[in-house]
Design a protein around this ligand. Structure first.
Ligand SMILES: Cc1ncc(COP(=O)(O)O)c(C=O)c1O
Length: 482
């Protein structure tokens, strides 16, 4: 009797609708016969199974991101890592007093990264912070540079109202956000067909006493190439000596931060260079952790302005934090530390080498196709871009946007986009190779690309996107010379 009574209570209070009971099939439930909530929370809830299916069904294609070659973000981790992270899914990183081991683990992750980047800092605990991604990490690096510049100017009795930051026009949007939010002038060096990465001399030409830092990128989002940090450091050293300024470098190594130490350890781009005072990276890109995790490390504690460390009395303890967010997931820290233990230096090297090998293979095969032209002859990270050959483009009836749509039909996400200012007439396509994208998958992708091109070449009439392109060419009166 008790069971029946309890059963009825559940039926009346927990079920969404009076017709549903515990044996009702998920897809026979009332919730499944109604539209999903769009602007109001439903009056009553439903069962976990129905809620799961409704959310899952809507996002099914998007919760299998392996075929997304647009994203840099990790889409594969060991089952053990996934389990570990799922088990910590409810842990808030900020509760350091409740979860002190997680805080210590985070400190170790920062130490490991600082040493991978050849920090000269002698302290047991190196100076750094975690972020939700590179965006937060870049912002923290940028804020530190701005405060150091401001404090120096104040001490000299000079005005502090016109700070600027210099980088290539192929910046990731976070730098535009940073400059808007902190009211810093963003000065950019355009890419040209002669300078596919940041030109150090052109960068210096934009610098002055109000420059808070220069930001080279290792793993440029738009192209996959690395800015030459060593050349910039050399040029900046001469410039700083001549002018008496102390313009530092923050390296945005969102992708390269976890590639260079393993694949090119002798290349000098990191704290071995005099003016590199901070570096940021994404743990969730080639750090091989699920999103969202970023890291920023300073060369020494003295480069992290005191104003950025907030001491908060929280749950009876005093916590010092550096970050833009307060609460943040702790599971990613566990995932990062797991990877260090699981892979070791050798394992990281092997994974990144495998990605590079597949990327080089795709780059080579794309380069062999008569209609395409790779942006650069070599690749420095496991990603690359290509465009239509100029001669081919003049006569083609299709564009790379058509290819993007065609590949989508087979589940691939391969973005086509226009390049940044100065070379914006150049439309390119990009493939990011990550752990989880094998040579076998690359062959499937290449076959789909070849088949699509064959279909396009049989077209009798130009596609809509081609007509639009022709109109644009007519309007601006020139075709970009590659
Ligand atoms: C060079 C660069 N900087 C910053 C970011 C922002 O990184 P996140 O998505 O980790 O915030 C990206 C992302 O692609 C990037 O490529």
């Amino acid at each position: 009797m008790f069971f029946v009574a309890r059963h009825q209570t559940i039926k009346h209070t927990s079920m969404k609708q009076k017709h549903d009971n515990l044996t009702t099939d998920v897809y026979a439930s009332e919730a499944m016969r109604e539209s999903a909530p769009v602007d109001r929370i439903p009056e009553k809830g439903t069962t976990p199974q129905v809620a799961y299916r409704m959310v899952k069904d809507e996002t099914y294609a998007e919760t299998r991101p392996e075929l997304n070659l647009a994203t840099f973000v990790t889409t594969y981790m060991d089952e053990e890592a996934t389990r570990l992270m799922n088990e910590a899914i409810a842990v808030n990183y900020i509760d350091e007093t409740e979860y002190p081991r997680v805080a210590v683990m985070c400190g170790r992750c920062i130490n490991i990264l600082a040493n991978l980047w050849n920090t000269p800092e002698k302290r047991d605990w190196k100076t750094g912070a975690l972020g939700i991604g590179s965006s937060e990490a870049c912002m923290l690096g940028g804020v530190a540079a701005w405060l150091r510049w401001r404090n120096r100017r104040k001490a000299q009795g000079k005005p502090c109202d016109k700070p600027n930051l210099v980088m290539s026009s192929a910046y990731q949007v976070v730098w535009e956000k940073f400059c808007q939010l902190w009211q810093i002038e963003l000065r950019t060096v355009p890419l040209t067909s002669d300078h596919l990465t940041l030109d150090a001399e052109a960068a210096l030409a934009l610098c002055d006493e109000n420059t808070i830092c220069v930001v080279p990128i290792c793993g440029v989002t738009w192209t996959g190439l690395d800015d030459d940090v060593e050349a910039l450091d050399r040029a900046l050293d001469t410039y700083n000596k001549k002018t008496g300024y102390e313009i530092p470098i923050h390296v945005d190594a969102a992708s390269g931060g976890f590639i260079l130490p393993f694949l090119n350890p002798d290349k000098r781009w990191d704290f071995r260079l005099k003016w590199v005072l901070s570096i940021s990276t994404s743990g969730h890109k080639y750090g091989l952790v699920y999103p969202g995790l970023g890291w920023v490390v300073w060369k020494d504690k003295k480069y992290l302005p005191e104003e950025m460390s907030f001491s908060v009395d929280y749950l009876g303890a005093s916590i010092t934090q550096v970050g833009l967010n307060f609460s943040r997931p702790a599971a990613q820290v566990l995932g990062q530390y797991y990877n260090y233990i699981r892979l070791g230096r050798e394992g990281y090297k092997a994974v990144q080498e495998a990605s590079m090998a597949v990327a080089r293979y795709c780059h080579g095969e794309i380069g062999k196709m008569a209609c395409f032209k790779n942006y650069s002859p070599e690749i420095s990270n496991p990603l690359f871009i290509w465009s239509l050959c100029p001669e081919y483009e003049r006569k083609a009836k299709w564009t790379l946007y058509d290819l993007q749509d065609k590949l989508k039909q087979s589940g691939w996400m391969v973005p086509a986009y226009a390049m940044p200012k100065n070379i914006e007439q150049m439309v390119v396509m990009r493939v990011v190779v990550r752990q989880g994208f094998s040579r076998h998958m690359a062959d499937q992708l290449l076959t789909d690309i070849r088949n699509a091109v064959e279909e396009f070449e049989a077209l009798q009439y130009p596609t809509t996107s081609r007509l639009k392109y022709e109109q644009q060419v007519k309007q601006c009166g020139k075709v970009f010379a590659h």
